[in-house]
Design a protein around this ligand. Structure first.
Ligand code: ATP
Length: 375
């Protein structure tokens, strides 16, 4: 019975319910009727139905079980505190999750101009890294244009999927294997389609800080951040809070956009972050006759990469050039990322190639404390 229940995972925490202490009673009588009690953290949590269905299915599938009696209850405050401690492990309460010694690679995606496809690229990279088996989190810090929930299917009918709160721990919704948190999830009952975030710098800083502290991401291989375009308060806050972050610059092939893209990368450098590459988006659109229409010109990505490369910082590579593609755009509009639904699409295929190259580079141990002391 326990082995069967080990297969039931909490969809938000992505760990077996047995390991999380959520299963409080398991017994089977002589007639083969299995009786299981499982406790949810809070009543009506979004994951509840799925957990209940999976528990019933797992119980019924265990060897020798002829009938399943599954009871779902809710934890007492004391049980919930014990649960939070188990989930957080020895990191303790409210400790920063992505400090300099963290093994998680933090990649902030920035752009100079708005509308160059930064959010689409970030979401596509996150989903394809998760598809390759990495544990991935995504922070949508684009306050003025939070579009990640829509791109990842978390914004149906004008309301954005809310994170689950277990006391002071916030569990991010999971989309296509990616733990996602967005400013758009914290607007209360307001309709995100017609709500503007007009917070000043300190409020934005606190919000990003809270995302990194109270949102429980667990052990991530990669945390991606979708920054607002340009060089504003958020970029500076992220630089201060995550100086070890690596930065990807998204730009279009238009040479005129290069200056502003380079400037956004230079702000990241000033806060100690490392620019690891440039992704050109909205490159040539393939025509039915096989020719290519360079709607936004050519060469912008290579130009930004070249201007960011120097002796001090080494070579900043152009990691890929993602073409314009109606299929890629439709995937974003419908919340079904093309990298999963339509991997042959030319834009999706190029993004998959870039994500595979990124996945191969782990975070090095250089400069980090290994947490061991000499005797
Ligand atoms: N390669 C592409 N081919 C076709 N459409 C694209 C491509 N990349 C992005 N788009 C579309 O362009 C629009 C803008 O993209 P997106 O929202 O990702 O840009 P952004 O840079 O994050 O914008 P902002 O930061 O200003 O919010 C979206 O409608 C998106 O679907």
């Amino acid at each position: 019975m326990w082995a069967a229940l080990d297969r039931v995972r909490d969809p938000e925490i992505m760990r077996p319910v047995t390991e999380l202490g959520m299963v409080t009673e398991v017994s089977v009588d002589e007639a083969g009727t299995a009786s299981v009690e499982l406790l949810l953290t809070i009543a009506g949590c979004p994951a509840a139905r799925r957990i209940e269905e999976d528990t019933v299915a797992a119980t019924a599938s265990a060897d020798g079980v002829t009938a399943a009696d599954v009871r779902i209850g809710v934890m007492t405050p004391a049980e919930r505190r014990a649960f939070i401690e188990r989930v957080r492990g020895d990191r303790g309460a409210r400790a920063p999750q992505f400090g300099p010694d963290s093994l998680t690679r933090v990649i902030a995606v920035t752009s100079g101009k708005g509308g160059v496809g930064k959010s689409s690229i970030t979401a596509g990279l996150a989903v394809s890294l998760a598809e390759q088996g990495l544990s991935v989190g995504l922070v949508d810090a684009d306050v003025f244009g939070f579009s990640i929930p829509g791109i990842l299917g978390l914004a149906a009918d004008g309301s954005i999927t809310q994170p689950t709160r277990v006391d002071d721990m916030i569990l991010p919704p999971v989309a296509f294997g990616v733990k996602v948190i967005s400013i758009g999830m914290f607007l209360g009952d307001a309709d995100p389609r017609s709500t503007a975030v007009s917070w000043r710098g300190p409020m934005l800083h606190r919000t990003i800080e809270q995302f990194l502290r109270d949102v429980w991401f667990g052990d991530l291989d990669v945390l991606l951040l979708d920054l607002p375009p340009g060089t504003g308060d958020i970029a500076i806050s992220v630089g201060q809070l995550l100086p070890q972050a690596e930065v990807l610059v998204v730009t279009t092939p238009q040479e005129a956009a290069a200056d502003v893209a380079v400037r956004s990368a230079l702000v990241a450098r000033q806060t100690g972050q490392t620019v690891i590459g440039v992704i050109e988006n909205m490159a040539g659109l393939a025509q039915p006759d096989g020719s290519v229409l360079d709607l936004f010109g050519t060469g912008g990505g290579a130009l930004v990469a070249e201007r960011l490369s120097d002796e001090e910082h080494g070579e900043v590579p152009l990691l890929g050039s993602v073409p314009l593609s109606p299929g890629f755009r439709i995937g974003g509009d419908t919340g079904e990322p093309a990298v999963l639904k339509n991997p042959e699409d030319p834009a999706a295929a190029e993004l998959l190639r870039v994500s595979r190259a990124l996945a191969q580079r782990g975070r090095g141990l250089a400069g980090r404390s290994l947490g061991i002391a000499p005797r």
